[in-house]
Design a protein around this ligand. Structure first.
Ligand code: ADP
Length: 727
């Protein structure tokens, strides 16, 4: 049965249904929109990703493409470089090879392999040891004094050694190589063999040339030495005879001619010595022979030798030796003396009046020794600025031209500079024209082991107050300063009158007087002092012994000391430490009077040259001695046996047997052990002196012989009492 519903209901239901449908629709629409939005977002994200990836991809692709290009370029370059390297290695004239760490040859150029062209197995792949074996056992290498096995072992030791030193290989075909091997980081060994055949040839040619040059220099020196000997021998005749002639009765004109002959002859000898010495230095032959020297004494000795020249011009010679500078030092004695003689000799030569002052100053010490400055100051002609730069070079003299006043070779300072620089020192000059010059050297000298203490030496208690009379300002000040440093009270005066006024009330212990007081003669000064005090000990500083002798003989003086004053001599006469023998207090017998009146000195003179024999004979003819001549060394030895002379003068260069050999033979006998033997030589060079003294001779005289030197040698070396002492 169908129940009919009212139409309202139906509408309502339909409306509700429609409303539900509409709500559903809206909801679905919202959901769809939301889903759509999400889809859009996702799509965007995806497209971003795709874009990014595409970009990355593009980039990557681009990179890959470029890398591929680089890579192929690299590999091209690499093979090109390899090719070039191979070509370069091939063009090397030196052998080049590389071994891996298993000692297998991996690469070698033709230069390397060509040495082994008769051994086809020497190819990349061969081992280092096998190559060494081929070298040794197949006679490829010249083995000097080593067996094949040992040589191979030596090469294998190189392989294992951490540092491989270069070695030379000499091949039997005449080629020489320098093998330089290096291990690289990966263990490979790179081997480079430089062909040094030509270099060695040049080297041996150079050594040959050097030997020839040395032989030529030796020949030159020998020639110069012989020439100088040849020149000196006749000069001996000229100078010796001129000296003898001067002792005869001559009128003034004749005397002046003889003096000119003597001085010209001596100048010629000096020139020969300088040239000979310089030529030796020029040939690089200067050797230093360091020995203990007494520098203070040496300075005095050099000045003493120049005293006659200085006295002739009234130049005062002064020494100022630093009280704190040890006197015993180490240096080549001959060369040191030569430096001093050159500098002081020049100072005296170029000074007409005033003084020459030698100062030795210690200027600090180091581990090697003592720095010493020696200056030689004069009041001479001086040297202009322009000339000061040149005077140390050879043959450089300020005075030029024909009207020269001073003699000389212009070599002295050049020689001096060479010696000073060989000693590692410096030389310099300061000078003002017309005022004077000061030459200085600065050298570092080791101290002698027995250098001893330095500083002031205290005087004996008996010497408290000393009177010092001298009108030489500098030397007076120097002596006074030293006396004061040693604790004495010193009263100084320039003349006796002033001295007596000052000392009237003082108690004096000693007076030191300069012999050359300008105003008063020395004997007057001594007499006046004696009036003041009869017992006052008086010491005279003298430049002429002969003049002081009368005072000494009268017993007026305690001692006479030569000027310049050697401090230790003064100390000795005051009773302080010092060599007592330097006190010549006791008067000596006058010349010509022997102590053993009947016994005459027997002298043997060995000399082959007749002129020299004549000169010697004439020089000694008035002396109290008996002379015997021998013509050579052999005859001298025979004469020594038969005559038993007290003293021998021996020429060094003689035919048949020279003087050194003859001396050795005489020294070997009991009787000849102590006989004084004086060498006579024309070679005044240091090495000659050393050789002569080492042959057993006591002293040396250089030719041309001077009578004064001959006399001194007799006085110094004749056995005691057989020859009169100096007058
Ligand atoms: P020589 O003295 O033999 O000429 P040196 O080489 O010793 O040669 O000296 C070179 C030059 O230097 C001398 O000729 C002289 O002109 C100058 N001379 C050297 N010492 C002095 C000095 N003390 N006073 C002035 N001039 C000097």
């Amino acid at each position: 049965m169908t129940i009919s519903t009212p139409p309202y209901d139906a509408l309502a239901r339909e409306k509700r249904a429609r409303l539900r449908a509409e709500r559903l629709y809206e909801q679905v629409k919202r959901e769809l929109r939301a889903a759509n939005d999400r889809l859009t977002e996702h799509a965007f994200a995806l497209s971003d990703q795709i874009i990014a990836q595409r970009e990355a991809l593009c980039l990557a692709r681009d990179r890959a493409e470029s890398l591929e290009g680089v890579n192929s370029r690299y590999s091209q370059d690499l093979s090109l470089a390899n090719e070039r390297l191979r070509e370069a290695v091939e063009t090397l004239e030196d052998g080049f090879a590389v071994f891996d760490k298993e000692q297998v040859l991996i690469l070698a150029n033709q230069a390397y392999l060509s040495v082994f062209r008769h051994f086809p197995e020497v190819q990349p792949g061969i081992r280092y040891k096998r190559i060494a074996e081929i070298c040794a056992f197949e006679g490829l290498i010249r083995l000097e004094d080593i067996s094949e096995e040992d040589w191979v072992s030596k090469m294998m030791e190189r392989w294992t050694s951490p540092t491989i030193s270069p070695m030379q290989l000499h091949f039997s075909n005449g080629m020489s190589v320098r093998l330089v091997e290096r291990r690289v980081a990966n263990g490979d060994l790179v081997s480079l063999s430089n062909n040094i055949t030509e270099t060695l040839r040049y080297q041996s040619e150079l050594i040959d040339a050097q030997h020839k040059a040395e032989a030529a220099a030796d020949a030159k020196s020998a020639f110069l030495a012989n020439m100088s000997h040849e020149i000196r021998t006749p000069m001996n005749g000229v100078i010796g005879m001129a000296e003898l002639l001067a002792e005869t009765d001559l009128n003034d004109e004749q005397r002046s001619y003889t003096e000119t002959i003597t001085s010209s002859g001596q100048a010629l000898v000096t020139i020969i010595n300088d040239i000979l010495d310089y030529s030796k230095m020029d040939a690089g032959k200067m050797e230093l022979h360091p020995d203990i020297i007494d520098l203070e004494k040496m300075i005095h000795d050099v000045l003493s030798l120049l005293t006659p020249n200085a006295r002739a011009k009234s130049i005062e010679l002064i020494v100022d030796y630093d009280i704190f500078l040890p006197s015993r030092l180490i240096a080549d004695p001959g060369r040191m003396r030569q430096i001093l003689t050159n500098l002081v000799g020049n100072a005296v030569k170029f000074t007409d009046s005033g003084y020459v002052l030698v100062r030795a100053l210690g200027v600090g010490s180091s581990a090697h020794g003592q720095m010493v400055n020696i200056t030689v100051e004069d009041t001479g002609i001086g040297i202009s600025r322009d000339h000061q730069d040149h005077i140390f070079t050879e043959f450089s003299q300020v005075e030029e031209g024909a009207c020269r006043r001073f003699e000389g070779t212009g070599l002295g300072l050049a020689i001096t500079r060479q010696i000073v620089s060989a000693m590692g020192g410096n030389i310099w000059v300061e000078s003002d024209l017309g005022i004077g010059s000061c030459f200085g050297i600065s050298v570092e000298l080791p101290l002698s082991p027995d250098a001893g203490p330095v500083g002031p030496v205290p005087l004996p208690d008996t010497i408290r107050t000393v009177l010092l009379i001298s009108d030489q300002l500098i030397s007076r000040e120097i002596t006074a300063r030293r006396l004061q440093a040693s604790g004495a009270k010193v009263q100084t005066a320039t003349q006796i009158g002033a001295a007596l006024r000052n000392i009237s009330n003082s108690r004096l212990d000693l007076a030191i007087i300069d012999q050359d007081l300008g105003t008063e003669p020395a004997d007057v000064v001594v007499s006046e002092l004696r009036l003041h005090s009869a017992s006052l000990p008086i010491v005279m500083m003298c430049s002429s012994m002969a003049e002081a002798r009368a005072l000494l003989d009268r017993g007026d003086l305690r001692a006479v000391l030569p000027k310049p004053l050697l401090w230790r001599d003064l100390l000795a006469v005051m009773g302080g430490p010092g060599p007592a023998k330097t006190t010549p207090a006791a008067p000596r017998p006058p010349a010509g009077q022997t102590t053993k009146a009947d016994v005459r000195l027997r002298v043997l003179y060995a000399e082959d040259n007749k002129t020299n024999q004549l000169v010697f004979t004439k020089m000694v003819k008035d002396l109290p001695l008996d002379l015997h001549l021998a013509d050579n060394g052999r005859l001298a030895v025979e004469a020594f046996d038969s005559l038993r002379p007290d003293m021998i003068f021996m020429d060094v260069s003689m035919p048949e047997m020279d003087g050194r050999e003859a001396t050795r033979l005489i020294r070997a006998t009991d009787a000849g052990r102590d006989v004084p033997i004086i060498a006579l030589t024309a070679h005044a060079m240091q090495d000659e002196i050393d050789r002569i003294l080492s042959a057993g001779m006591n002293a040396m005289l250089t030719k041309p012989l001077k009578k004064s030197e001959l006399l001194s040698a007799l006085q110094d070396h004749a056995p005691q009492g057989l020859f009169p002492q100096a007058g």
